[in-house]
Design a protein around this ligand. Structure first.
Ligand SMILES: Cc1ncc(COP(=O)(O)O)c(C=O)c1O
Length: 366
């Protein structure tokens, strides 16, 4: 293993402005959940997404609040993309719903619309569809939205990985009844941990905010018509989120540059036969992670091993949910496309803070 400092997959990119923002919030004495900086972050997220927004403790918490809103429970089926992180389906699973997984479209790696139609037509017990955006690329919102409307099933967009991206000019997460963002430490902007509920419907966002605060009634004493959750975001992290949003245009620019760097680097190494993760509109992706797909698992593993020897972190593409032991008994529609992307795909260091020297080191190690 090289002695050189480790190059991570997707570290946060933050600095003086973020530190000053957190410090100002700290010095204000508002060191508590919610507060003025969370309100400001909500407003800024609303501007970014063109919807109403409520910042909460994590993307997973945001999904849980939406499963509560939709009344997901035992006996329901919830359809999700197979190629995604487990958190996409986790909250529905915990509520006793039966997950149903749908394979990826080979031209995008995102949920296949024909297979989604098959899954929707096969059961009347589908409570909702959760379509996950991947690695900075938005799903085919128009087609999925139209299909879900035709079937009368609500659509939730898991836009945890696509903050800052667009779909035909619309902001990521602006489809379906509601969407979520994640601000986990490895995401495109971070609040160290955090997420948001987004919707065109102000009622959905208002109820999510209320449930995230223990569903407390607005009276002086603690009054409850419903039992809620403590999914609040801290005021300090709201300040961090606002400062990260100021930096978002620069992050997007740098992520794009990192992606182009890999395109060029792999074009110069035809023996690796590496192609970018399928994407319908690369110019609209936020390029959260630069992902390349190799000719075979052994070539992918060899590249990963060479980078690991140089102390450079990489990671295989998400293991499809239909292959996860915990979901072994769940229904799946297709699966071969997601399996191929998992077997041959590699996520490469994609931090917005990667220096020229870092990129040279990566290139030399390829
Ligand atoms: C697709 C997807 N959904 C949901 C989540 C969960 O977000 P969080 O980590 O903020 O709970 C993540 C990432 O962590 C994700 O990549």
């Amino acid at each position: 293993m090289s002695n050189a400092s480790r190059i991570y997959l997707s570290p946060p990119w933050s600095g003086v402005a973020e530190r000053a923002a957190v410090r100002r919030a700290f010095d204000s004495g508002y060191i508590a959940p919610c507060g003025p900086m969370v309100d400001a972050f909500d407003r800024r997220l609303g501007e970014l997404s063109g919807q109403h927004a409520a910042a909460v403790a994590s993307g997973t918490a945001a999904l849980d609040l939406l499963m509560e809103e939709l009344g997901v429970g035992p006996g329901d089926r919830v359809i999700s993309s197979s190629l995604t992180f487990v958190a996409t389906i986790g909250p529905a699973f915990h509520r006793g719903a039966e997950p149903v997984f749908v394979d990826s479209d080979p031209s995008t790696g995102l949920v296949s619309v024909p297979l989604l139609r098959e899954a929707l037509c096969a059961s009347r017990r589908v409570k909702c569809v959760i379509a996950a955006d991947l690695y900075g690329q938005c799903c085919d919102y128009d087609a999925i939205e139209a299909l879900c409307a035709e079937c009368g099933v609500p659509l939730v967009v898991d836009a945890a990985e696509s903050v800052g991206a667009t779909y035909k000019g619309r902001p990521a997460g602006s489809a379906g009844v509601a969407a979520v963002y994640s601000f986990n430490g490895n995401k495109i902007i971070t609040t160290s941990g955090g997420g948001a509920v987004l919707s065109r419907d102000p009622g959905i966002v208002e109820r999510a905010r209320w449930r995230a605060q223990q569903s407390r009634e607005p009276v002086a004493w603690y009054e409850h018509r419903e039992v809620g959750f403590n999914y609040r975001m801290s005021n300090l992290l709201g300040a961090l989120g606002c400062a990260q949003l100021d930096r978002l245009p620069a992050i997007l620019e740098r992520k794009k540059r990192v992606f182009r760097f890999y395109e060029k680097a792999f074009a110069a190494r035809p023996e690796l036969d590496a192609v970018p993760f399928p994407c319908a509109a690369p110019e609209e992706s936020s390029h959260w992670l630069s992902v390349f797909v190799f000719a075979s698992p052994s070539v992918r593993d060899a590249v990963a091993a060479r980078l690991a020897a140089a102390n450079i972190e990489t990671r295989p593409v998400w293991k499809p949910l239909h292959l996860q032991p915990v979901f072994a008994k769940c229904r799946a529609y297709g699966g071969a496309v997601a399996e191929h992307l998992f077997n041959c795909g590699l996520c490469l260091p994609s931090g917005a803070g990667l220096s020229k020297k870092d990129l040279e080191r990566i290139e030399a190690s390829l």
